[in-house]
Structures are given as C-alpha cells and as structure tokens.
Design a protein. Structure first.
Length: 287
C-alpha cells in the first residue's frame, strides 16, 4: 500500500525496494506479489495504477527467475490484458495507464523472447486491434535484463557496476532512471558480445572436431590405397576448410586470453587440427 500510495505524486523508492526484498524473502513471494500488483494495476485511481506498474517493473529487475516465471504465466498476463480490454476495465482505465501497460507487455516481448505466452498475449492484443502499433519505449523506462540472465553476468562479477545500478534504481530522479537504463543496455550489449564469442567458439571447436575425425578416416583409406576419386576431392576440400579453421582458432584464442578454460579448449582443438593438417601434408601434399 505504501509503495503504490496514490496520495504521493512521486514514487517511494524506499518502499518499493522493501517490497522487492519481501518478494525475495520466501518461495511464495512472486506469486503473492503478482496477485497484489494485479489488483493495484487495475485500480480506478490512475496514480495508484501507475505506481503499481513501476513496482512491477522494479520487481522484474530485482526479483530474478522465479518472479519472471510467474509473471510470464497467462494467470497474470490476463490480469494486465483486462486493463486494456473494452470487455473488462479498458472502458474506464485511463489512456495513460493503458499506454503504460502496453509498453510493459511490449518490453517483455523484447527482453524475454523465450517466453512464448508473453509473445502470444501481445500478438492477441494486436490481432484484436487493442494494440494498433508497437509502442516506442521512453528513455526513462526501467528496462529489465534479459531472462534467464547469463551465468557470470557482469552485474554479478563487477561489484562496482552492481552497486551503481542498485543506487540508480533506488533514486527518485528521472535522470538517474535514464542512467540506469543506459547502464543496463550497455551491460546487456557487452554480455551479448560475450555470448556471441562463446557461440563462435563452441561452433568452431565442434566443426574442427568433426572435420578432423573425417580427415583421419579419409587419410587412413588413402594409406590403404582405397580412396575413390570423389573421396580424394572431399579430402582436399576438408584440408582447405581446415586451413581456414586454423586461422579462425587463432583469432578465438586472442579473444579468450582472459578465460583459461576456454583458451585450453581452443588450444586442444588447435593441436588436433595441426596434427590432421600435418598428416595430410606428409601423406598427400608431398606426393
């Protein structure tokens, strides 16, 4: 009630933070919190509903996967949809509240693309004409990090950034919310780049393993003089591809110098690749 008090014009960030702490305190916290928030978001008092939406978005930022899981269920999404639907509360809900609810659901389709029910709910709103076009998210909107958040997230490993974000999110000043939004977006971009590096490494090492295995089989047949013309062409193509993979592994190694485990995987793959290329040169290229 304090966090959504309609008599207070500005958000009470101290109360909002205490609410988040209560949500995180027990296993049933997310379920109970979302029931309370749904009731407040459906309030006939505009300011109470808007405060409740701010509390909701702050919970998304601070309350983790259990909260995300509950919020992405139709049970809660339907409560938000009622605020927009003319069959329910959409008749008397203010345009400001409806616009904010639309922004919230749309932002979740962006930040939680793996949550099918959120995607379905938003598409249903568009199909029914309740949402005419995707909203443009304001800069001072509190944006949640993607879920699930990657292990070893920068916010987990960089204590300074984590403390800065917590301070900005507790602030009552719009410019601090904008700064928090920019910080979240920069960290997300950084984590996406790290994720792309991991994906490139995994895919490249996998391709190296498959190609080396295939080259070993073909070279064994070559030793026995049992290699067909088509297989000889395949072997040559594999050699050329492996030469390119060798260069790619070198680049990946330079990206992974700070990650000993990743670097060890790359070097192991590089050794196997060098061995296969060496055998090819010794058996085939030398002739």
């Amino acid at each position: 009630d304090e966090a959504t008090d309609p008599s207070i014009p500005e958000e009470n960030w101290e109360c909002i933070q205490r609410f988040c702490d209560q949500v995180n305190a027990g296993t049933e916290g997310p379920l109970f919190a979302l029931r309370l928030l749904a009731h407040k978001i459906q309030s006939s008092q505009e300011r109470e509903a808007l405060h409740a939406l701010t509390v909701l978005e702050t919970c998304v930022n601070n309350c983790g996967d259990r909260f995300h899981s509950e919020m992405a269920k139709f049970r809660f999404l339907n409560e938000l949809i009622k605020v927009l639907s003319p069959k329910y509360y959409g008749i008397w809900s203010s345009e400001k509240v409806k616009s904010r609810v639309t922004e919230v659901i749309f932002s979740w389709t962006v930040w939680f693309p793996q949550e099918v029910k959120i995607q379905d709910a938003y598409q249903m709103l568009k199909k029914q004409g309740i949402v005419k076009e995707d909203p443009k998210l304001p800069e001072d909107k509190i944006l949640p990090p993607p879920s699930p958040r990657p292990q070893n997230s920068i916010f987990d490993t960089d204590e300074e950034k984590s403390k800065l974000l917590a301070r900005l999110l507790r602030s009552r000043h719009p410019e601090d919310l904008q700064a928090a939004n920019r910080l979240i977006q920069s960290v997300i971009q950084e984590e996406q780049e790290k994720s792309a590096q991991v994906s490139r490494r995994v895919n490249t090492i996998s391709e190296v393993s498959e190609n080396v295995k295939r080259m070993d089989e073909l070279l064994e047949n070559y030793r026995r003089h049992e290699l067909s013309l088509a297989d000889q062409e395949t072997l040559q193509a594999l050699f050329q591809r492996c030469e390119k993979l060798r260069v790619l592994l070198f680049r990946l190694a330079s990206e992974a110098v700070a990650d000993e485990e990743a670097l060890a995987e790359i070097l192991q793959a590089s050794d196997k690749l060098s061995g296969a290329l060496g055998q090819y040169r010794q058996l085939v290229a030398s002739q």
